[in-house]
Design a protein around this ligand. Structure first.
Ligand SMILES: [Zn+2]
Length: 262
């Protein structure tokens, strides 16, 4: 009986020791791909950590928040923060890594609204993006930014306006038309399999719904989003006008709403 008891105790000790060793090995392996806060949680609940990590590897995409008018913010997969055409009120608390401005009108270039900036924050405006008739490409670690034609109407000189095509690390593309009417380059964008495209369609300063719908056909993006159509009484997006827009594959994104670039 005593021998049996010793045998059982020895067996339990061996199993316990082996279990601890296995846990240590797992946490060492997984630490390589984790951030410090995730490592801290690891000591609390290993299995919970593993399921969270799986989600992090498969579910995180760039997330775009629309502020209204032409203003938006994109947080990339690696938490880099991009503000586009800062003007409308919104959450500017995230620290900027990149600010894009399509042209010099006041409703697009209120850079002072982005107070929080990383020391390496890049600012790309139409001046940097269009030089001597050449549309520039900026290959940043977290996004590729290509300037494209914009303007081309009486209120917006094609020589001092740009749109942007952003390509994220997940391969998805986002086209921001800027303030514009139809441009020649839109047909080239039609070969790019753009994933998400924003088209201005105010019909006062730029093209209206009918022309913007034709542009959406030309560019042929998988998803088309109307923007820059603030109402006279200050609503940041004219929902009725957006609902009338006949572009295919339409998404109506209301101010404050978010869009996963996936
Ligand atoms: Zn504008």
């Amino acid at each position: 009986m005593k021998k049996l008891c010793i045998l059982i105790c020895t067996f339990i000790i061996i199993i316990t020791a082996a279990g601890c060793g296995d846990t240590d090995l797992k946490s060492e392996e997984s630490t390589e791909n984790m951030n410090p806060s995730a490592v801290q949680r690891d000591s609390e609940n290993n299995s919970e950590k593993e399921s969270e990590n799986d989600m992090a590897n498969t579910n995180i995409t760039p997330v775009l928040t629309y502020f209204g008018h032409a203003t938006m913010c994109v947080v990339t997969e690696d938490n880099k923060v991009i503000y586009i055409d800062p003007y409308e009120e919104g959450d500017y608390t995230r620290t900027a890594d990149l600010i894009l401005v399509t042209h010099g009108h006041y409703d697009h270039n209120q850079l002072q609204k982005v107070e929080n900036r990383n020391e390496n924050c890049e600012i790309i405006t139409y001046s940097e993006a269009l030089q001597n008739g050449v549309y520039k490409t900026f290959d940043l670690p977290f996004v590729i930014v290509e300037a494209v034609e914009a303007g081309n109407n009486p209120n917006h000189d094609i020589n001092s306006c740009v749109g942007y095509v952003l390509t994220f690390k997940n391969g998805k593309t986002l086209y921001i038309s800027g303030d514009t009417s139809t441009t020649n380059q839109m047909s080239e964008l039609g070969n790019r399999n753009i994933d998400y495209a924003f088209f201005c369609c105010d019909g006062v300063y730029n093209m209206g719904n009918a022309e913007a719908a034709q542009c959406a056909e030309i560019v042929g993006a998988k998803h088309n989003i109307p923007y820059h159509n603030e109402t006279a009484n200050g609503e940041l997006l004219d929902k009725a006008l957006a609902e009338d827009w006949s572009a295919p594959n339409k998404i109506i994104l209301m101010p404050g709403e978010t869009l996963n670039i996936e």
